[in-house]
Write a protein that binds this ligand. Structure first.
Ligand code: SAM
Length: 279
């Protein structure tokens, strides 16, 4: 029995179901249930929330979410080998856990959940970044979810919360901070996982703002930011030359020196620049 529920310790679950970690699926499991319960507490009181968990694996974080009182958890897992272990958790929490076998990049079950919705995941980092961008760019804002609690490589987490003036600052920081409050909630050493990855990880918590921090058309902002950071070492007047023939005037009109580089420009100024295209 574990300390947080009446189910066996995760090491026994993994041995019983022979869940040898697959590198191709980015499987680095969290086996410490006190730690997974701690991660599950990051979104706040779960008793009034539905949770979408992506990549539950043997169920460490799933058990954390359920023992912390989540109203309902819907979990999507690509690896069918994990389903029997997850079925045991579902049986221990009747009516509160549903598991879908599938690829989270192909199916989006958010419509099956009742708001408020928290999204929680410990995913391979490339899948996590792709999903983060999708969750941050829905057709309309505010999104159906209230918060995202996501594990990333520490270096990616630092890019999400980065401020202007450093190498980490770029498209991911702008996209994240424009429409959410983003913070690093927890940093974990490689040894927290089985098997240990090569680098440290961090859990980022993003809370959806009711409306974007500054007004801008999302498509225009994304286009300008992508252009600006694609050639981040160039001056903005050169990097954004293709955006408009009068780009120097536009930059000046919003107080950005045309010789500035993208990594120095705050989010508010990028939004002001985007607005010059939609007047
Ligand atoms: N949540 C578990 C934990 O914290 O121990 C497992 C984390 S492990 C880093 C990532 C999990 O995501 C694995 O179970 C893997 O099979 C699953 N996974 C990888 N790619 C996926 C995808 N595209 N869709 C759904 N699950 C995926």
């Amino acid at each position: 029995m574990s300390q947080i529920d009446n189910l066996p310790p995760l090491r026994d679950v993994i041995a019983t179901h022979q869940l040898i970690a697959k590198k191709a699926l980015g499987q680095n499991f969290l086996l410490d249930l006190n730690l997974t319960a701690r991660i599950a507490r990051i979104p706040g009181d779960l008793s009034k929330m539905d949770v979408l968990e992506v990549g539950p694996g043997p169920g460490g974080l799933t058990r954390g979410l359920l023992s912390e009182g989540a109203r309902r958890v819907l979990a999507i897992e690509k690896d069918a080998r994990c389903l029997p272990a997850l079925a045991e958790i579902a049986a221990a929490y009747p009516g509160r856990l549903e598991v879908i076998e599938g690829d989270a990049l192909e199916i989006d079950p958010l419509a099956h959940l009742e708001p408020p919705i928290a999204i929680c995941a410990n995913l391979p980092y490339n899948v996590g970044t792709e999903l983060l961008i999708r969750w941050l760019t829905p057709p309309a804002w505010p999104p159906v979810w209230s918060s995202l609690t996501l594990m990333f490589q520490k270096e990616v987490a630092e890019r999400i919360v980065a401020q202007p003036g450093g190498k980490a600052y770029g498209r991911l920081a702008i996209l994240s901070q424009w429409r959410t409050d983003a913070r690093i909630a927890l940093t974990l050493p490689p040894g927290a996982f089985t098997p240990p990855p090569k680098v440290s990880s961090a859990v980022v918590h993003l809370t959806a703002l009711p409306e974007p921090r500054y007004p801008a058309n999302p498509k225009t902002l994304e286009r300008i930011v992508a252009m600006a950071f694609n050639q981040r070492r160039k001056m903005l007047r050169a990097a954004l030359k293709g955006a408009a023939p009068d780009i120097e005037d536009r930059l000046r009109s919003v107080g950005i020196p045309p010789t500035e580089r993208a990594e120095q420009v705050p989010l508010e100024a990028f939004c002001a620049l985007a607005r010059t295209f939609d007047r």
